[in-house]
Design a protein around this ligand. Structure first.
Ligand code: BYC
Ligand code: FE
Ligand code: FE
Length: 471
């Protein structure tokens, strides 16, 4: 399934065969470009960036790398190839052929899932808008822009579904996706974490490590969908997502490595004096980003989530690899709950606990990344460990929302929380310190002093390759 780049909107969905749809999307396109100009990466219009573009959707050989002028990036609509005779894998329609058209009875639920997913994509671009001005290297600047253009493409992916399957209200929702903005007090983005600021590069790497990982798990759950166009869209998006998480994980790893080097060199934890980011500060940012991302999975008990599952719209992570009946009418599982001021595990129907189940998969995956950070620290003979905070720490959605909990899981009163909060979460002083560190470095191969160079460059290019040309 090759992609035709002579089309105004590159695609592998035979857009030229459907004039109405093509016209509708061509009408949305200028609004998108205007949004990109106004709220996409600041001052990038004149940059030429070494970017990858999809040329095929087959596993392995999809990407083409070349210099692209940022606003001329060819955003397109790409679906993974259809799976022959694909069947719905779970819920009440289990075993039935997947839907190739919108199942009318589930229109509202699907619309909501697609809009919520679509809303996060431009939100992240908005949140990262000003980072280019303080890039630690050209290599990192290029990665930032790669993530940004692909999140833009993810928006296209959801807008395609809205236009192709939801008629007039789909088109209205597509407009809405460009009208809500991250952090806008009047028209905020739908999910809380997508209204936070991402003002420095430590936040950016935490974002791509934790928040894009929510993307991975939500997209994987939606890739199981019985609505085949959604499944195929999400499957292709997941191949792009892997790079975003790579950027986050290696970014944090390189910071940790630089910090560890400075700690050894100067025999102190307080590397701030030497232009490094102390591990204690890294830990605070882990606490913050991880906890706001746990909220992204919704409440532990959710009838929405139970319905999505039973209707065959949104599955579990790796649904097909799980060994059970995939209907779960009688299944139960343990979920955390606050009872008489205590955190306890209680039994709940597995169906209503779908969000918690996905959150657990996410937690395990996040922990594997943190283990790799700790390996870097240990390799420098340093006795310190980064950890994920307790699942009840700093939560704003679900059963733990209204209580105060320490990173190790102890419930405390509000007064103690107010006194200790600054030890656990980034403070205005921490942000000011990071601001003082973030100075742009744009000479090929050079790195800011607070981050180690990457092990290798992009697509076989050297680390000191000229990844971004300025005019
Ligand atoms: N913030 O029944 P509940 C990505 C609302 S990231 C604000 O527990 P449900 C990306 C909820 O809407 C992946 N509100 O919720 C990453 C509901 O509202 P109503 C994004 C929240 O529906 C980086 C009420 O609270 N994709 O792709 O079971 C860069 C009750 O909640 C929040 C998706 O999320 C929150 N955090 O689950 C770029 C997939 N959480 O009905 C991109 C699609 C809950 O009372 N979305 N609420 O008005 C979903 O599957 C579900 O909507 C959620 C929530 C999992 C988010
Ligand atoms: Fe995305
Ligand atoms: Fe992403």
């Amino acid at each position: 399934m090759s992609i035709d780049y002579n089309e105004k909107i590159p695609n592998n969905v035979d857009l030229a065969e459907d004039r109405r749809l093509q016209r509708a999307l061509e009408k949305w396109q200028p609004a998108y470009l205007e949004w990109w100009r106004d709220l996409g990466p600041a001052q990038s219009d004149t940059f030429e960036v070494y970017l990858r573009t999809a040329i095929s959707v087959e596993p392995g050989g999809w990407a083409h790398y070349d210099f692209v002028r940022m606003p001329e990036y060819r955003w397109g609509i790409f679906l993974a190839p259809p799976v022959a005779d694909r069947r719905i894998g779970f819920g009440m329609h289990k075993g039935h052929p997947v839907w190739h058209e919108l199942p009318g009875e589930y229109r509202a639920e699907l619309r909501r899932l697609i809009v919520t997913q679509g809303d996060t994509e431009p939100a992240s671009v908005e949140q990262q808008r000003y980072l280019g001005a303080t890039c630690p290297s050209l290599y990192d600047l290029r990665n930032l822009f790669q993530v940004n253009v692909e999140e833009g493409r993810h928006l296209w992916a959801m807008v395609y579904l809205l236009h192709a399957y939801f008629g007039r209200d789909g088109r209205e929702e597509a407009e809405g996706l460009l009208e809500r903005h991250a952090g806008d007090p009047d028209r905020p983005r739908i999910l809380e974490a997508f209204n936070e600021q991402t003002e420095n590069w430590l936040s950016f790497f935490m974002f791509t490590f934790f928040q894009d990982r929510d993307g991975k798990f939500q997209l994987a759950a939606l890739a199981e969908s019985g609505f085949d166009p959604l499944s195929r869209t999400c499957r292709f998006m997941l191949t792009e997502e892997a790079h975003h998480m790579f950027v986050g994980e290696t970014g944090i790893m390189r910071i940790v490595q630089r910090t560890a080097e400075l700690m050894r060199e100067h025999n102190t934890d307080d590397v701030a004096r030497f232009g490094g980011i102390p591990l204690a500060l890294v830990q605070k940012f882990i606490n913050f980003h991880y906890s706001i991302c746990l909220d992204l999975f919704g409440s532990e008990k959710s009838t929405n989530a139970a319905n999505y599952y039973t209707m065959g719209l949104k599955g579990r992570y790796d649904e097909t690899k799980i060994d059970d009946d995939h209907v779960l009418t009688d299944a139960v599982c343990e979920i955390p709950e606050v009872r008489d001021g205590q955190l306890v595990m209680t039994e709940a129907p597995a169906l209503t606990a779908m969000n918690e189940r996905l959150r657990l998969s996410y937690r395990q995956d996040s922990q594997r990344g943190v283990d790799r950070f700790n390996k870097v620290i240990r390799a420098h003979d340093i006795d310190c460990e980064l950890t994920l905070p307790h699942g009840a720490f700093h939560r704003n959605i679900g059963g733990c929302a209204g209580i105060q909990v320490t990173p190790s899981g102890e419930i405390i009163d509000r007064e103690t929380w107010n006194k200790r909060q600054a030890d656990w979460l980034p403070t205005p002083e921490d942000f000011a310190f990071l601001r003082s560190l973030m100075r742009p470095v744009t000479e090929p191969g050079r790195m800011a002093g607070w981050i180690a160079p990457p092990k290798r460059g992009i697509h076989g290019q050297p680390v000191d390759f000229d990844y971004v040309h300025f005019y």
